[in-house]
Design a protein around this ligand. Structure first.
Ligand code: GLA
Length: 384
């Protein structure tokens, strides 16, 4: 990301002085989708694309924020009733409020920011924005007293309380904790995590962006979460110790079947299976068994498409192209309803796969999917 780009706009839009620069990345997820809010495992990594912001305290009680990409300027106060209307500004406002709730004495500041994470492509541009500001405000106003988990939770709470998405912790966690060339397995129940070196020899990890925007997906996302909660409530009648779907198995779910809708059953079945797939993939990675990793990715796609129903025609098409080209693993990534597939491709197949998939997708849908080679990068930080 271009430091000069952010700095020059900051200077131009404010009083000509400079502030401090911070950045935080978007993420990929190898496997473990819709498992985070079910207390399960996820396996994300940060990417080399993200958000960058410059901030400088301005001695007032107002935040003056400029979105370089949208060329939009918003000014807001720091009290609950000062919430701005522009959705991009609500992320910054929400982070300020959540930091204040956790005891950081946030004061007014000037800020400009820009990003190179594609918006709405399932790479968590919003988590990148939240983590950038959570990290920055902790550094500028909090003496870095909040730990990294709390910073991730600030971003998640911003989504819940100011943006209407009842998301899990994965995206903000990956954005804050990311480490170059490593994926991170997170247990979303205990919050224990482990870094896994990830540099698959002879393979490439590539995202194919269906260019279907998933912005309107938040209500569908929240609905999936409700289904999982309904299944847990039914299971608890027989097994009161079950707190999340993570704690349940298929026998328990089958026992609860008469008490839940067919739809809720399918959602819960997917989640229970997906949590196990993450563990299987971690074991396979430890033995360098990429065939199994890939096979599990295809199983995830199938589950997300048929049971969880968060895929779409375009993503299913991209998945099918991967299968036909002998790609090792492929699946819809992130929340779904649009965005990207993530593909684990043998290097020798890469070029033909990309070329031919672009062509056949264009023929079918009249537009070309975007291609992003994944580079696993570092998490939130101050730019020195
Ligand atoms: C979105 C949410 C995450 C997670 C994924 C699906 O990215 O923000 O918390 O639930 O969807 O795995």
């Amino acid at each position: 990301m271009d430091i000069e780009h952010v700095r020059s706009r900051f200077i131009k839009h404010f009083d000509g002085t400079t502030g401090t620069l911070y950045t935080s990345p978007g993420r990929i997820n190898l496997i473990g989708e819709h498992t985070d809010y079910n207390g399960g495992f996820v396996f994300p990594g940060a990417i080399d694309k993200g958000m960058m912001a410059e901030l400088k305290p301005n001695g007032t009680d107002k935040v003056r924020a400029y979105s370089i990409d949208l060329k939009d300027y918003v000014e807001f106060g720091l009290n609950e009733e000062d919430a701005p209307r522009a959705s991009w500004a609500r992320y910054i406002f929400g982070v300020c409020r959540e930091m204040i709730k956790r005891g950081v004495e946030v004061k007014g500041f000037n800020t400009a920011f820009a990003g190179d994470v594609p918006l709405g492509a399932g790479m968590s541009s919003s988590a990148a924005l939240e983590s950038t500001y959570a990290y920055a405000l902790n550094d500028l106003f909090g003496d870095n007293k909040l730990d990294k988990f709390t910073l991730a939770q600030v971003g998640q709470a911003t989504e819940h309380n100011y943006c209407g998405v009842k998301c899990g912790i994965m995206d903000q966690f990956a954005s804050v904790f990311g480490k170059r060339d490593h994926l991170i397995r997170l247990d979303c129940r205990s919050l224990e995590y482990q870094y896994y070196p990830f540099k698959p020899e002879g393979y490439k990890l590539v995202l194919l962006d269906s260019v279907v925007k998933h912005e309107l997906a938040s209500s569908a996302y929240n609905k999936r979460r409700q289904s999982c909660e309904a299944a847990v409530a039914a299971i608890r009648k027989h097994h009161p110790e079950v707190e999340f779907l993570r704690d349940a198995n298929m026998d328990m779910l089958n026992e609860a079947k008469p008490d839940i809708s067919e739809e809720d059953y399918m959602r819960a079945e997917y989640v229970i299976e997906e949590i196990q797939r993450v563990l299987d993939v971690c074991k396979a990675l430890e033995r360098g068994d990429y065939e199994t990793v890939g096979q599990k990715m295809y199983e995830t796609h199938e589950g997300m498409s048929k049971l969880y129903e968060v895929s779409c025609e375009e993503l299913d098409f991209l998945n099918e192209c991967a299968r036909q080209h002998g790609v090792t693993g492929s699946r819809v990534m992130g929340g779904g309803f649009g965005g990207c597939t993530i593909n684990l491709v043998k290097e020798e197949l890469y070029e033909a796969f990309i070329r031919e998939t672009k062509a056949s997708f264009a023929q079918r849908f009249n537009r070309t999917p975007k291609v992003y080679d994944v580079i696993i990068g570092d998490g939130a930080r101050r730019v020195e």
